[in-house]
Design a protein around this ligand. Structure first.
Ligand SMILES: [Cu+2]
Length: 281
């Protein structure tokens, strides 16, 4: 489960931040005996979470260690689209910009007309721009990136690559949270506030729901919030901040309510609160 530094630490740090990310074409373990010959940022699915604070000037250096041209497009940057590359193998793409709008943003490969296949081969991640103020209430925080794999699994469990015919039809083999088919439970306590920084890579709109809870508030960006939401829609290419409380001891699975067919393949993150700890409210 990707950890975050959070608002307080990120906004307390220096306002010039730089990030070095390698593009690596490698085989990743998805769990449940399945491997995928992926294209990745940093060797993992999803890529590393980029954390910045409103008003920061960020520099992202993308080192293309792959065999074809790759780039990086972050939805949190208001910039000439040509800044996103791509650059050929062996080259580095450098993007510098001040981030002004808080939100949870998708970033992904930018490869001209073949961008879709690059994104769906694994080149995507989350960028969080925290509001500088007000301070967010203390919470258990985690990043959840919903993505999918488009290909066929062979007898050994290997998915040898992305199938362009399937990407063109948004016909995923399965969807995943954080590049895993088998996310383990997250231990919480009754009464805890949980804050999820969610990005939907696609396909389709993620219908994000927590079984047994109701979002206290959700934000699609900026500092505006909507309260008391049972299920929040996050379209492909979007992100949201989702806050909910663990109401009592028990199990509270975060799911995509439009993709419950993938529950047997692990598309769920179970927040589990024991009866012994926490203070129910
Ligand atoms: Cu690419």
């Amino acid at each position: 489960m990707p950890a975050v530094a959070g608002q307080q630490q990120t906004c307390g740090a220096r306002r010039e931040k730089s990030f070095d990310i390698d593009v690596v074409e490698t085989t990743v373990d998805l769990g449940m005996g399945t491997r995928f010959a992926a294209w990745t940022y940093g060797g993992h699915l999803p890529g590393p979470t980029i954390e910045a604070c409103e008003g920061d000037t960020i520099t992202i250096r993308v080192h293309n260690k792959g065999t074809t041209s790759h780039g990086l497009d972050s939805h949190g940057l208001m910039i000439d689209a040509r800044a996103y590359g791509p650059v050929p193998p062996g080259k580095t793409l450098t993007i510098t910009k001040t981030v002004e709008t808080p939100g949870v943003y998708m970033y992904h490969c930018s490869a001209g007309p073949v961008t879709d296949i690059h994104i769906k081969s694994g080149l995507h991640g989350a960028m969080i721009v925290y509001p500088r103020r007000p301070a967010l209430p203390a919470a258990r925080e985690l990043v959840v990136v919903e993505d999918a794999v488009y290909g066929a699994r062979d007898a050994s469990g290997l998915i040898p690559g992305t199938d362009p015919a399937r990407t063109a039809k948004n016909d995923e083999l399965f969807s995943m949270f954080n590049g895993r088919l088998d996310n383990g439970p997250v231990a919480v306590a009754a009464g805890d506030l949980v804050r999820v920084y969610f990005v939907n890579v696609g396909p389709a709109t993620a219908a994000v729901h927590v079984v047994g809870s109701i979002f206290e508030r959700v934000s699609d960006g900026g500092t505006e919030w909507e309260r008391n939401v049972q299920t929040h829609g996050v379209p492909a290419g979007a992100g949201a901040t989702l806050e909910f409380r663990i109401p009592e001891p028990g199990v509270f699975p975060l799911v995509d309510h439009d993709k419950l067919a993938f529950l047997p393949y692990g598309l769920s993150i179970a927040f589990t609160a024991s009866g012994a700890s926490g203070s129910p409210r």
